[in-house]
Design a protein around this ligand. Structure first.
Ligand code: ADP
Ligand code: F6P
Length: 473
């Protein structure tokens, strides 16, 4: 079996506590620890003139190789181009997009640096799987250095429609970079359609039957691989929480009230101000819920070095304070707002206790919290998921109450419906959601992508001309 090499910006190092690492890194750790392989990524540290040699160490079946970055390059790469340009672009927030040539150059320098450092560690038959928008140019850089093996890329965030994508000055260069991969995975069919439409209508690429794309002299495949969660682990953590100290403390603090829960990084894509406003609207327009329901919003701080994230934090503190100021009673605080991370077991206990899961991003690649909420429910008495139609998960979780996160009154009405929904309907909706969550797990997702990437070289061999039978979209 060929060795699997994973590249991602964040690496869940074995020394780190799971809660700090973030969902993606923890999921990848799961995948790699089963199969073994090499995990290459940023060390989290910066130094002036960093060497090309990463720090290498082994833990179990996984070899970790972690690279230091130059401080200015790291800023231009992460806070600059990745999170100041690509993140707002892919989440349809053009008003927040900044494009600076210096950031674009820094982004490319970090990708070159990663390629130079990774190349000596590679064997020709390795399978490389690169994750997320921080590393779109990595395959092109590795090809320049002579790596001819299979390389796949997975984009964890949405791919925007051509009208939006064209706002990026470097739009053509970035998709040219993508074409150096053998397989490009996106979260949903909508994302695939958006990318293929751009390729065929804006840069004269060709889409052959079966999803093979031809661009210049290169061929690659684009397909949807909706990411899943470790459903068994969430079910088991949620079950184990019953009767434990944390569950008891949570129940005591709620004093018999219903709980609505939100768990999101503090990020402007997550629609948190709209969610707060919708909860305020619920208490205003459906006064029967006052003193009967508590909302808990867990929002760990994220990307605090980016100005928009600092502004969002201030906005939420103000909005949250205003809701509590308007509605709180001496024995009831409507909104609990927490900026701290939790262990998975604690999150599972909170999800399970919540009658409503409120997941209302303005845009989201998938949204794993939605799936975690479903997995953690008690089948006999499940809660209801209120889910934004603009989360990738909305394609799969049809048992949710789908909402438009721009419609505050609509979201308040959905929360009211969830809080008053009869048990039989809750069970039916939950079963439909749970079937998907159990079927398309993180393990299936990894296996599907790796199997496809393993097969792909052979498939390309079958067609000598990418345009054979090709069609413009
Ligand atoms: P994103 O990748 O944009 O942050 P997702 O919903 O897809 O959004 O994934 C978020 C992951 O981070 C989930 O696995 C969730 O459990 C985890 N997470 C979110 N908030 C916390 C928290 N406060 N403590 C620990 N883990 C958290
Ligand atoms: O889903 C996008 C993503 O970048 C993930 O890769 C990561 O787990 C999460 O957002 C957190 O972002 P960051 O690594 O910037 O803290």
């Amino acid at each position: 079996m060929a060795r699997l090499v994973i590249v991602s910006n964040r690496v869940a190092s074995p020394k780190e506590r799971a809660a700090k690492a973030g969902g993606l890194a923890v999921a990848l750790r799961e995948a790699l620890s089963q199969r073994g392989g090499l995990w290459f990524g940023w060390s989290g540290e910066t130094e002036v003139n960093p060497p090309d040699a990463p720090k290498v160490f082994r833990s179990g079946r996984v070899t970790y190789a972690l690279l230091n970055l130059d401080p200015e390059d790291q800023r231009a790469h992460y806070a600059g181009y990745a999170n100041g340009t690509l993140w707002p672009l892919c989440h349809y927030r053009l008003g927040l997009l900044s494009f600076r040539k210096a950031d674009w150059e820094g982004y490319r320098r970090v990708n070159e640096h990663f390629a130079r450092a990774l190349m000596p560690l590679l064997k020709p038959d390795d399978i490389l799987w690169v994750h997320d928008y921080h590393f779109i140019p990595l395959a092109a850089e590795l090809r320049k250095l002579g790596f001819g093996g299979r390389i796949g890329y997975f984009h964890h965030i949405p791919w925007p429609t051509p009208e939006v994508y064209l706002s990026l000055p470097s739009h053509a260069a970035l998709v040219d970079d993508l074409s150096h991969y053998d397989l490009v995975g996106l979260q949903t069919e909508n994302d695939v359609r958006a990318l293929l439409t751009y390729i065929s209508s804006e840069i004269r690429g060709w889409i052959a039957p079966g999803g093979t794309v031809g661009l210049k002299d290169r061929r690659f495949r684009v397909a949807a691989y909706p990411i899943g969660i470790d459903a068994d682990a969430f079910v088991s953590d949620a079950q184990k929480s019953v009767g434990k100290d944390e569950e008891r403390r949570l129940n005591e603090s709620l004093a018999g009230r219903m709980l609505a829960v939100g768990v999101d990084r503090l990020d402007y894509s997550k629609g948190l101000p709209g969610k707060f406003a919708a909860f305020g609207e619920l208490l205003r327009s459906y006064p029967e819920h006052r003193s009967k329901v508590t909302m808990m919003q867990v929002a760990p701080l994220s990307r605090s070095e980016v100005a928009e994230y600092q502004a969002l934090r201030r906005e939420l503190e103000e909005l949250g304070g205003a809701i509590n100021g308007e509605f709180a009673e001496f024995d009831w605080v409507p909104l609990r707002y927490l900026n701290r991370p939790f262990q998975r077991a604690t999150l599972a206990a909170i999800y399970r206790r919540a009658r409503v899961g409120v997941v209302t991003p303005l845009r989201d690649g998938m949204n794993l919290v939605a799936k975690e909420y479903v997995a953690a429910q008690d089948p006999e008495n499940p809660g209801v998921l209120v889910l934004s139609r603009f989360a990738g998960a909305a394609d799969e979780l049809k048992g949710s109450l789908l909402v438009n996160p721009y419609d505050i009154e609509g979201m308040a009405a959905a929360m009211d419906r969830a809080l008053t929904m009869p048990l039989a309907e809750r069970q039916e909706r939950w079963r439909s959601n749970m079937e998907t969550v159990e079927t398309n797990t993180i393990h299936h997702w990894c296996q599907r992508f790796i199997d496809e990437l393993t097969r792909i070289g052979d498939t390309f061999g079958e067609t000598s001309d990418p345009r054979a039978g090709a069609r413009p979209l």
